[in-house]
Design a protein around this ligand. Structure first.
Ligand SMILES: Nc1ccccc1C(=O)C[C@H](N)C(=O)O
Ligand SMILES: [Zn+2]
Ligand SMILES: [Zn+2]
Length: 208
């Protein structure tokens, strides 16, 4: 009877990380096996590891930090759509998809094929998609890729376009074998005051 389905990447020392960034590590600073009364761990990781959200401060020096983001963005109804991702994901990928009233849109591109390794290439979100989605009321865009821009992008046009249109970004979802449709989503960030990004535990529950 599992109502909620986990769509998060597991965090362990093998979790793929952005090249050059900080991988995940965990150690016990206090250990029952070594005579302590309790096990107490310490984690170290990039704020952009695995399933995570981007705060605008990630790509904009004056952008909002994690603690300033509206929690309502990350809990509520979400539409999951499977799209054919060619080089870039543009308006065309959405023909025939009705997302009237949808504030949270999740894209299953299927382009991060081996989740045990960081991808060598990913498609990008076409910046022109940002105003198109914003016009239709989308406020959160989640996807199964480690970035909305090409991996080697320095200008981050999709990040800026989405953010400029008021659309927030959720990356690194695990959407393989999840049916398209309407769900309830919860993917809350940690209460990181200085956060440029935050890991989230993203979960879905089928609606209706
Ligand atoms: N971890 C990094 C280290 C260096 C440079 C970029 C990153 C990113 O994660 C950026 C990515 N575009 C992101 O959307 O989260
Ligand atoms: Zn990120
Ligand atoms: Zn990003």
């Amino acid at each position: 009877m599992n109502l909620w389905r986990d769509i998060s990447q597991r965090l362990n020392e093998n979790t793929p990380y952005w090249p050059g960034d900080t991988p995940y590590s965990y150690r016990l600073n206090s250990s029952i096996a070594k005579g302590s009364s309790v096990n107490v761990g310490e984690i170290r990781m990039s704020t952009h590891l695995g399933t995570h959200i981007d705060a605008p401060f990630h790509f904009d020096e004056n952008g909002k930090k994690i603690i300033e983001l509206d929690l309502d963005l990350y809990i509520g109804p979400a539409l999951l759509v499977k799209i054919d991702a060619a080089k870039s994901i543009g308006v065309k990928a959405f023909t025939g998809i009705d997302f009237t009233g949808i504030e949270r849109l999740l894209l299953a591109t299927g382009q991060w094929k081996d989740l045990s390794r960081f991808p060598e290439w990913i498609p990008t979100i076409d910046p022109e998609l940002a105003p198109y989605l914003a016009d239709r009321g989308v406020k959160l865009l989640g996807l199964d890729l480690p970035s909305v821009d090409y991996l080697d992008s320095k200008e981050l046009p999709a990040h800026h376009a989405l953010s400029g249109c008021g659309i927030h970004i959720l990356e690194g979802l695990v959407l393989e074998s999840v049916e398209p449709g309407l769900y309830d989503l919860a993917a809350l960030p940690l209460a990181l005051e200085e956060g440029d990004g935050s890991p989230v535990r993203a979960v879905l529950k089928r609606k209706g």
